[in-house]
Each structure stands twice: as C-alpha cells, then as structure tokens.
Design a protein around this ligand. Structure first.
Ligand code: MLT
Ligand code: MN
Ligand code: ZN
Length: 303
C-alpha cells in the first residue's frame, strides 16, 4: 500500500496568504527552517496505478502537478484518480472538486449523508458540479468494511468521530455522527493505516482503531488549545474547532505515547500557526523525543 501526502497543512495552507504570524512571516522571510505546505489531502493506492484521494483540497491542481503518478498520460484526457473520499464537508477538504470539473465522467465520490447534505445545501458545490462533470455519490458506510472500484487490494473502514461540522453547516457546534469520520485502510497482508486529520475527542472506538493500526496519521492542527487566541488571529480554541491540541493534559502527545512502540505516529493537517512547523523549535524537538513525525507535502508512507 502506498500513501502519498499531497497536502499536509490545515485550511489556509502554510504560509497562509493573509497571515503574518511568527511561522508564516518566518517562512516568507527565510528566518526559520520550515517547508511550505498545501492544504489537507492524501492519495492512497494498492498498486500505484489507480489512486483514491482522501479529500479534494483547494490546492489539488498543484498537488497533481507535483505527483506525476496521478497523471499517467495514457489517453488524450486521463487521470489515475479513481475515487474521492471526503472525511468532512469543510472548505479545505472539498473545494478541489471544482478544480476537477473537466473530468470526462461523473466523479466517483464517497461521503456520509451528512456531508452530502452540507454539500448540496449550505455549500451547494455538488449541485453546481451537475453543470460540469457531476458526481456519482456513494453513501459511505459507517462501521462496516467497504471497497473502492479499481483498488481491489485495499479494504476501507470509516468510523464516526467527534470533531466539528463546517461553520456554514446547520450542525456547527452540534456535530452528529457522520459529520466527521476517520478511516482505517488495510491491505491484503493486513498492514493498516488510520487516518483522521480532524479529531477533537478520543472516543473509545477511535482509540481502538488507533491501537489496531500499524501507522496513525492524525490531527496535528494546533500545539496548544488557545494557540490562535493567544496569537490574536481567532477567538476559537482548538477543541472548539474540533481539533485535539498536541500539548497538555489529554492532548495528542499523551495519547500517542500510549500506543505500541512499533506504531508509526505521524501528525497531519498542521495549522500555519503551529510552532512544530519550525524544524528548529523546542516543540518539534519534543515531538521527536516522543517518536512522533510531522507530515510534509510529498511524504510517502508504506505501512
Ligand atoms: C478545520 O479543519 O477546522 C479547517 O481547516 C477549517 C477551514 O477549512 O478553514
Ligand atoms: Mn480542515
Ligand atoms: Zn500564520
């Protein structure tokens, strides 16, 4: 199984266009050692020929250009993207669908009913796409294994988890099961990845899925709960936005510490304010001491 990190940043990317926080400013000025990052998406394949996108980032065109396997060039119009799975209905995970509108057939799209509702009502993106390629919507089954056509060597299992619904959703701050999911991906030899770029609370079934995985690729949005408030860029805490902060009591580091030593631990969906983006930061050293990696654009994982 091949996992390719297409975009490792949270909404806004890194640097964010209008942001002059220490990380964004430091990257632009070259005063910190850090990598620019595009917005949240991964591509997964069993054989390297056909790929499923998890999330369609606003940066998807740049991501396709930087990963030639997604453009195999076998026909006049061609793509190696066989399917798209959405883990929520947030802007940073769905806007890329607009950029794929030239597809020759309807896009094969898997998401929950709640995500489908948000994308046909509050943000009627799927309705607009009907005027272009359209989508073939497949309701994502929760709690049971499913397969994706063209990726027969992989099995997928989605589980509901607590994060948040998008700001435009009628369920903002009252998320329901299905507004956010995590995914376990398993190959024929039983190796598995657990992916959850938005994870706000460690429920028992989520913890069980993380313990069972060979690699976890999980929410690395913010270092502290009040990070954006203290910087003066937002009024919202990390937990209120549906993202478990890394540091502190009950934070992601504490949870990852309790996984088996052999589990590979990688943070993804990093917000541009997060000090871990600075490779020379104390926070980054703390992660390294705990055996936790930070995803970057172009990272490949073979669990
Ligand atoms: C989030 O996960 O909270 C998002 O990155 C928000 C956004 O897309 O602006
Ligand atoms: Mn996001
Ligand atoms: Zn910033």
């Amino acid at each position: 199984m091949r996992i390719r990190v297409l975009g490792s940043a949270a909404g806004g990317g890194f640097p964010q266009w209008n942001c002059n926080c220490p990380r964004c400013d430091g990257l632009r000025r070259g005063t910190i050692r850090a990598l620019a990052r595009t917005q949240s998406s991964i591509a997964v394949s069993d054989n390297g020929e056909r790929w499923v996108l998890f999330n369609a980032s606003p940066d998807v065109l740049q991501q396709i250009r930087s990963f030639p396997a997604l453009q195999p060039g076998r026909a006049l119009r061609d793509t190696a993207i066989a399917a798209i799975v959405l883990i929520d209905a947030q802007i940073d995970h769905t806007t890329g669908l607009y950029m794929l509108r030239e597809h020759r057939q309807p896009l094969q799209l898997w998401c929950t009913r709640q995500v489908y509702e948000d994308l046909t009502r509050g943000n009627p993106l799927l309705k607009l796409l009907e005027h272009y390629c359209g989508v073939n919507w497949h309701e994502l089954p929760l709690g049971e294994d499913f397969q994706l056509p063209g990726l027969e060597g992989l099995r997928f299992a989605a589980l509901p988890l607590l994060s948040n619904a998008p700001p435009y959703s009628p369920r903002r701050d009252q998320p329901q099961p299905g507004d956010n999911i995590g995914i376990t991906i398993r190959n024929n030899s039983g190796r598995s990845l657990f992916y959850a770029p938005g994870l706000g609370q460690m429920e028992a079934h989520v913890w069980a899925a993380m313990q069972a995985a060979d690699c976890v690729l999980v929410d690395g949005t913010l270092w502290t709960d009040d990070e954006m408030i203290r910087l003066g860029v937002s009024q919202k805490s990390s937990r209120a936005m549906g993202h478990l902060p890394q540091s502190g009591e009950g934070g992601m580091i504490e949870w990852l510490d309790r996984l088996p030593r052999t589990t590979r631990k990688v943070l993804i969906h990093i917000n541009n304010t997060n000090p871990i983006l600075d490779e020379d930061s104390a926070e980054r050293a703390t992660l390294a001491a705990h055996g936790i990696e930070v995803a970057f654009d172009g990272m490949e994982i073979s669990p």
